[in-house]
Design a binder for this molecule. Structure first.
Ligand code: C2E
Ligand code: CA
Ligand code: CA
Length: 761
């Protein structure tokens, strides 16, 4: 129907051909007549015209006018038609889709401009091309099928396929074709071709987004009000909440309460400002477990900048955290023993130095080296060696305070750091030495390695530090040197780096040796300090240990008891005291003035914890024949509270035989009253530190009053120790305490002196 020249809107129309025949005849006759008349002068003509002719002329003129009007109308309609046709061709050519008329064989008969543009070719060149030329090879079948189907059912058909422009640029096309009849009666196909590349891309992106949304990463999408719209499977797996449970809620449902309101405020502020936030956050799963995750929140904005959605992407970093910890462990801890390695040791040493600097206290560094470790490794193999190192690590850790550090430098070398020791060097050496001794004893115990027994010892080099006076490298060198001295001295020993420190140690060693001798040679004595009632009567006495030292003279227990405890000598020493006191009770039993007196004996924690403590006491009572009712044991709070149940059992067993128990130094410990309530005590002893300032310090006075009230409520007696003045005694009496001990009445005296004191009262 269409051809190239149809485009021209200015083509002339042919005159109308469908006039009636009568008109045509009339016009011919009139024209002939007019021609003849034209040869004559007009006035003569008209004058002799018959009426009929004049009438005819009139009609002819009227008809001519009509004709002219019709012609005018015809021209106007023609112009309008031309404009409409031009408009149609404009619309047709510039339509957003391509139009082609194809022959049944697929030959392009005619196309609009858009189609030509789609294929990158002029319209003239496009005509007579096969449409298949512009179809991607792979999609040729689609078009073939499309055409076949059209020809078969004569119905409108649509298909999508990839086409290529002349320059090779591919694009996605939607084809919609209807069969039609051309003006010449041939069957043609009218095809509409739309470029759907963009739509296809969007669809692909949506598909990708949909797949991506179901990725490994947990995701949630909220609206602008943070109401959850969608979550993916990974989200469900991670949080335990199904999509149904999550949708409609806010992400608040995941909050772990590990972060405060300020944290979330800052997070949302960043999202508002930057459009996104990411960081580590702790959330709570449905089952209540909290876990760390890495969260990225992005705001989705529309063109005007307002937020339409928030997308949260998150992944569980529990495993990563564990891995990080593992890496840290590898970097800072020894993999065999899990003790800090050299790097972490330096760190801890620096900390201990800084703390010491502030508190002006000494710290100690011990270099522990196993004796003959190489021999074990060489003869029994590395596996046994490893087992030993692990056991040593455990024993070392058990020997130190929680605040101290044990590190492994490598091989069989360990280092112990102790902070916050005494401010005085001698005392600090003693403390370090005690721990060192403890370590040596611990490492001396037999080891069970797989199925084999092993006996090992260690050598310890020690040095003290105060603040940052000595560098950490120098300290390690000092301790190392000292350790070699310990090895040289015969192993299984401890040596201090500095001569002054070592001198203290040597002195201790000498002291220990002579204390052992003292026990054997009976150079220990008991002194008796009277316990006096409010009416002045002597009720009994506390026995206090003294050591008659050949060179140093009479030594107080505070000078040698710590050493005795460290070397475990306290146990035989304690039994010696008990035995001596019981002998004394037995001897007094025969003397009426002394028989009613009681004796209070101090019992150390180490001794009380001995498994056979009860049996030993009973054996002593039997051996000496002392009356158990005259014997009272003084225990301290810490001793009782640490192993309360065991203590109670031992106390009850002895109480059944008539022994009494007094709680020494009461008020200085931190035990809870409820714990004390359970202990089967007979007496509370107000510590001398409260008595000392009872008149000047109201809170000390208050404590004394509370102890009295407490004792009274539990039907216990109460005694005050360290009473030095009449005023203190009177104040105590006024507070309800009627039993006293202290220098105001009598110092601790040798037995003769004490008996003399009793006789005088
Ligand atoms: P403790 O059990 O608190 O003994 C009381 C201490 O206070 C004694 O010191 C005593 O001499 C002293 N004292 C008594 N009255 C006064 C006074 O009026 N003013 C002042 N300032 N001090 C007074 P000592 O004899 O030096 O004993 C010290 C600690 O040694 C005892 O403290 C006790 O814990 C322990 N101890 C003494 N003998 C033995 C014993 O045979 N075995 C055990 N395990 N520990 C003992
Ligand atoms: Ca005591
Ligand atoms: Ca005391």
């Amino acid at each position: 129907m269409c051809s190239q020249d149809k485009r021209s809107p200015r083509r002339q129309a042919s005159p109308p051909s469908e006039r009636p025949e009568a008109d045509q005849a009339l016009r011919c006759a009139a024209e002939d007549r007019l021609r003849e008349l034209a040869t004559r002068p007009s006035e003569s003509i008209e004058a002799d015209w018959p009426e009929a002719a004049r009438q005819l002329l009139y009609e002819l003129r009227v008809h001519q006018t009509e004709l002219e009007m019709q012609n005018e109308e015809l021209r106007r309609v023609q112009l309008e038609l031309d404009a409409t046709r031009a408009r149609y061709f404009d619309i047709y050519d510039l339509a957003p889709v391509g139009y082609c008329t194809l022959s049944e064989q697929g030959l392009i008969l005619e196309a609009n401009l858009t189609a030509a543009t789609l294929f990158g070719i002029t319209r003239g060149e496009l005509a007579r091309q096969r449409l298949s030329r512009f179809i991607l090879k792979a999609d040729q079948d689609i078009f073939y099928l499309h055409r076949m189907q059209l020809l078969a059912d004569g119905q409108r058909q649509a298909c999508e396929m990839r086409m290529v422009a002349l320059d090779g640029a591919p694009f996605w096309a939607h084809l919609e074709t209807v069969p039609a009849l051309a003006s010449d009666g041939r069957r043609v196909l009218r095809t509409v071709i739309s470029d759907i590349t963009e739509r296809r891309q969007t669809e692909a992106e949506l598909r990708i987004a949909a797949v991506a949304f179901q990725s490994q990463q947990a995701m949630l999408v909220t609206d602008a009000n943070r109401i959850i719209l969608r979550v993916n499977r990974a989200f469900t797996q991670m949080t335990g909440y199904s999509a149904e449970e999550a949708i409609g809620q806010t992400p608040f449902m995941l909050e772990s309460s590990r972060h405060d309101a300020d944290f979330y405020r800052a997070m949302w502020k960043t999202i508002d400002r930057k459009g996104c936030w990411q960081g580590e956050i702790w959330d709570r799963r449905k089952d209540g477990e909290t876990y760390p995750k890495w969260l990225t929140i992005s705001a989705v904005k529309c063109s005007d900048g307002s937020v339409t959605n928030y997308v949260g992407m998150q992944y569980d970093i529990t495993e990563r955290k564990v891995a990080e910890e593992k890496i840290e462990e590898l970097a800072l801890f020894d993999s065999l023993t899990h003790l800090p390695n050299r790097t972490l040791l330096r760190d801890h040493l620096k900390q201990a130095m800084t703390t010491g600097q502030r508190s002006k206290t000494f710290g100690a560094l011990l270099f522990v080296d196993l004796d003959h470790f190489k021999a074990l490794n060489d003869t029994k193999g590395h596996h046994q060696g490893d087992l030993l190192l692990k056991a040593v690590a455990q024993r070392l850790t058990a020997s130190i305070r929680e605040s101290d550090t044990v590190a492994r430098l490598g091989g069989d070398e360990f280092v112990v750091i102790m902070g916050n020791l005494h401010r005085k060097m001698e005392q600090a050496v003693t403390q370090a030495e005690l721990i060192g001794e403890k370590i040596l004893i611990a490492l001396n115990q037999p080891y069970r390695l797989d199925d084999a027994d092993h006996q090992g010892t260690a050598s310890i080099g020690a040095t003290l530090f105060r603040g940052h006076e000595t560098s950490s490298d120098d300290l390690l060198r000092q301790a190392d040197l000292a350790m070699y001295k310990a090895k040289a001295a015969g192993r299984n020993s401890m040596h201090f780096f500095a001569p002054a420190m070592q001198a203290v140690v040597l002195e201790h060693a000498a002291l220990e040796a002579s204390l052992r001798m003292a026990i054997q040679e009976d150079r220990l004595v008991l002194h008796y300090q009277a316990q006096v009632a409010a009416d002045g009567r002597v009720a009994g006495s506390e026995v206090l240990l003294r050591w008659q030292h050949p060179e140093r003279g009479m030594m107080a227990p505070t000078d040698f008891l710590p050493l005795a405890e460290a070397t475990h000598l306290i146990v035989p020493l304690g039994y010696w005291v008990l035995e001596t006191a019981c002998k004394q009770l037995a001897a007094w039993a025969a003397r009426p003035e002394m028989a009613p007196l009681t004796l209070a004996v101090n019992v150390s924690a180490q001794q009380f914890r001995e498994a056979d403590f009860v049996e030993q006491i009973l054996a002593i009572l039997t051996r000496t024949g002392a009356d158990p009712r005259r014997l009272s044991l003084e225990l301290t709070e810490s001793l009782l509270v640490e192993h309360a149940q065991e203590s109670i059992e031992k106390m009850l067993a002895l109480k059944a035989r008539g022994l009494g128990f007094s709680l020494d130094d009461f008020g200085t410990g931190y035990s809870s009253l409820s714990c004390l309530q359970r202990l089967p005590l007979d007496q509370l002893k107000i510590d001398q530190s409260f008595v000392r300032n009872i008149l000047s310090n109201p809170s000390d006075a208050e404590i004394a009053r509370i102890v009295v009230a407490l004792a009274r409520s539990r039907a216990l007696t109460v005694i005050a120790e360290g009473v030095e003045t009449q005023a203190q005694r009177d104040f105590l009496e006024a507070s309800g305490c009627y039993l006293y001990q202290g220098n105001f009445f009598s110092q601790p005296l040798p037995i003769e002196g004490f008996e003399e004191f009793v006789r005088r009262h």
